[in-house]
Write a protein that binds this ligand. Structure first.
Ligand code: FHN
Length: 507
């Protein structure tokens, strides 16, 4: 069995050293690029890496209109409602005076998330509209000045932490409520990026006054972030958004210092790649190809296709249940609504590519989690209850991607999660090729993890390239069910001649 471990280690080594080499070519001297090559490996980050499944919650005053106003509906994301043209800015900016989510029960939400199988939760402390779900000292536009009054961030941090779910605080850099906030354009636009990079002194501000007011905005942002870190010591990290403004990117050195300050205040703090850019305007990955901060946050409503796509970085994917609705939208008939199986498949795919998967919820203005989301949480949770072993603490497996689904691995256990059940009720597994000519891999043991039922393994033949296959026979009990199922297998490398001894041939 040691040989198997050795092979796993070697595969990982070659894979990741390949990624590293790619990033090391022609290095550019950067002051504010990545401050580390490779992954962070302390206990906090190890734990992050093992979550497997998380929950995102978008909640703010946009939940009151829920995408509709005066009989009109926006088809765009409900949390952007202020910009929908269906409500005046004045009307929107006064919505907080009605925010009174009398049905909000943080403990209930946390219990539901736990039952769904989430191991971390990201909460919108402040979205682009600038409304603060905590009683920030630095603005009046907060929960303290609503009829509800209570600190929602605290209630959630306490309730989720009590359930053993780690909390991360989402914070939008964009803040439409602050007079000093300024965008200057989106650095993701190739034209703007080119302009930014061509002149060393590119200045996105139109007037000196604007630039001065931006300084106020920077102090305000810094104060709020330090406040969050101070107020909620149980949280594990900050999840940034809206950091694509050229005005923000232009301040890369300042942002970098702020990041260090936050980290010094909260040892172990985890920050994703959406916080800052390098001084050349590169976001997520710096000019040398190294990941900025702790994990790659580029996967929003999308998953990488292959392990190579991930470049060996830690990453998570945040996903909406309807198409592009994060905050509460009353009308979910506007787009396809994902089913629990869709979300489970994305979760396992993410895990098989070394990522975490995060499902977004958008509670309504009264503090209810909508019925559809409750059903989804239940569906995912029921599956997770049986199959969580294939999701938690796993990584990509030594098996190559195969048509029946995705495989993950923890130690010597390889989990095959079957989403495409073969018509002949046999899951054909291609095992890796041995590095040694006279040795081959066999499936030493296979079991269905629902009911811990041992599986029958039959010879599946050999292809012309010399790869071996094994068929795992799906018993009727499993085959009759419609949900994806997990087979746990162990491989063993054996002498080619003794292959037959390790199989239980079927007739
Ligand atoms: O504009 C936001 C959007 O409303 C939502 O918060 C998502 C979540 O990742 N992030 C932004 C777009 O990248």
């Amino acid at each position: 069995m040691k040989k198997n471990l050795l092979i796993t280690t070697l595969l990982c080594f070659f894979m990741f050293s390949g990624f590293a080499q790619e990033r090391n070519k022609e290095r550019i001297a950067l002051k504010h690029g990545a401050h580390r090559e490779g992954k962070r490996n302390d206990a906090a980050m190890q734990k992050w890496r093992e979550y497997g499944l998380g929950q995102f919650i978008h909640w703010g005053v946009y939940a009151i209109p829920g995408g509709q106003w005066n009989g009109k509906t926006t088809t765009y994301a409900a949390e952007w409602f202020r910009t929908s043209g269906l409500i005046t800015h004045e009307e929107y900016d006064n919505l907080y005076k009605q925010f009174n989510p009398v049905n909000f029960d943080a403990k209930e939400w946390a219990k539901q998330a736990k039952e769904m199988g989430a191991r971390y939760m990201i909460f919108t402390t402040k979205h682009h509209d600038g409304f603060c779900m905590w009683p920030s000292k630095y603005t009046d536009y907060t929960i303290a000045n609503t009829p509800y009054k209570k600190d929602i961030v605290k209630e959630l941090v306490d309730a989720y932490t009590a359930e053993g779910i780690d909390v991360y605080l989402y914070f939008s850099i964009i803040d439409w409520s602050h007079p000093g906030y300024y965008s200057g354009g989106n650095i993701n636009s190739p034209k703007i990026k080119e302009t930014f990079q061509s002149g060393g002194d590119y200045n996105p501000f139109e007037t000196e006054e604007q630039e001065e007011r931006y300084e106020d905005f920077k102090s305000f942002t810094r104060n709020q972030l330090l406040e969050l870190v101070d107020n909620y010591p149980a949280m594990k990290g900050l999840w940034f958004d809206g950091s694509w403004d050229v005005a923000w990117v232009k301040n890369a050195a300042w942002v970098d210092t702020l990041g260090m300050e936050l980290r010094a205040k909260h040892p172990g703090l985890i920050i994703g790649s959406r916080f800052r850019s390098d001084e050349l305007g590169n976001r997520h990955v710096d000019a040398n190809g190294d990941l900025i901060d702790d994990y790659d946050q580029r996967y929003e409503r999308s998953l990488p296709s292959t392990l190579e796509d991930t470049k060996g970085f830690d990453w998570d994917c945040v996903m909406t249940i309807p198409e592009n609705q994060w905050g509460y939208h009353r009308d979910w008939s506007l787009s396809y609504v994902k089913t629990p199986y869709d979300l489970i498949e994305m979760t396992v795919k993410a895990n098989s590519l070394n990522g975490n998967f995060v499902i977004n919820f958008g509670p309504d203005g009264e503090g209810n989690i909508r019925t559809e989301e409750t059903k989804i949480a239940k569906g995912v949770g029921e599956w997770m209850d049986v199959n969580r072993e294939a999701v938690y603490g796993v990584h990509n497996s030594v098996l190559e991607k195969q048509d029946w689904g995705y495989s993950t691995q923890k130690g010597e256990s390889i989990y095959l999660t079957v989403f495409n059940k073969p018509m002949n009720d046999r899951v054909r597994v291609k095992v890796p090729r041995s590095k040694t000519k006279d040795m081959i891999f066999v499936i030493e043991h296979a079991e269905f993890i629902s009911g811990k039922q041992e599986a029958i393994v039959a010879d599946g033949g050999r292809d012309k390239y010399g790869s071996y296959y094994y068929d795992i026979v799906i018993p009727r009990k499993v085959s009759n069910k419609k949900e994806p199922f997990v087979i746990k297998i162990k491989l063993k490398e054996v002498d080619r001649g003794s292959k037959a001894d390790y199989q239980k041939a079927i007739t």
